[in-house]
Ligand binder design. Sequence first.
Ligand SMILES: Nc1ncnc2c1ncn2[C@@H]1O[C@H](COP(=O)(O)OP(=O)(O)OP(=O)(O)O)[C@@H](O)[C@H]1O
Ligand SMILES: [Mg+2]
Length: 292
Amino acid sequence: MSIVLKTDVEGIRLVGRGKVRDIYEIKGYYLIVTTDRISAFDVILPNGIPNKGYVLTQLSKFWFEKTAAIVDNHLITTDIGEMPDICKKYRDILEGRSMLVKKAESLPVECVVRGYLAGSGWKDYQKTGCICDIKLEKGLVKSQKLSTPIFTPATKAELGKHDENIGFDHVKNMIGKETASKIYKYSMDIYNMASNLAEKKDIIIADTKMEFGIVNNEIILIDEVLTPDSSRFWYKNSYKLGEEQESMDKQFVRNYLETLDWDKTAPGPTLPADIVHQTSKRYMEIMETIIN
Ligand SMILES: Nc1ncnc2c1ncn2[C@@H]1O[C@H](COP(=O)(O)OP(=O)(O)OP(=O)(O)O)[C@@H](O)[C@H]1O
Ligand SMILES: [Mg+2]
């Protein structure tokens, strides 16, 4: 499969391009095409990662099926044969990386659930002893498993800005108490179900980020779910308390970028071939381990 950095599907209206996805509108639905673009620290990097769009689409599809018992989701089909006719003409570009979905009004909250201390959670804990407004016990170390998973929402930042951790009261003020309570419960239930399932395959899901939207007054799960772009995946067998973990996800790229003298503004640096190759390998490996 060739690397797809950008799609141009003529005859279908392009709604916009995210950092990773090209979004089209077709007959009242969205066609979400996941490219091989990779963003880190909210900057799109020049390289594509081979098979990345495929991996994110297949993993999301897998998890949308598993999470459907908890909450409905936006996915209609990933099968080009079941999409409107015009999509069939572009099978070469779309196959394996596209989802026809329900158009939702997305809620402005990134629903993050953490089972382990990593990333911005670990940073905030070191500074304040808290993540969002949740006070954690003293003396925890890097990568430590929390006594119970926690919901640590963030704002969904506009282009060029970074997400910011917020307290649950802030979420309630933004979207209302009832909707806030529902997305809290859905997020926690999804994390618990998924981490139990992953555990059986010797994978730790350290944390993950979800998005919800509203369709016909109902809350549904949208975007992507439990992928290596949105989650931290660690191997149980190589887990080391107190240390940075070997990451099977985008953290691998962030770790490389941290070795550079880059100020994290656009344009991002070009990744060396070896980092691209290893990232692709890790994405494929986590997909195969989870799906099989
Ligand atoms: N069913 C849906 N209805 C409406 N919007 C959706 C739906 N599914 C996903 N989206 C939105 O489409 C966009 C997906 O594009 P993409 O993931 O490339 O954007 P991004 O969030 O800017 O990038 P990144 O994932 O790197 O943060 C997100 O803004 C997401 O909220
Ligand atoms: Mg996204």
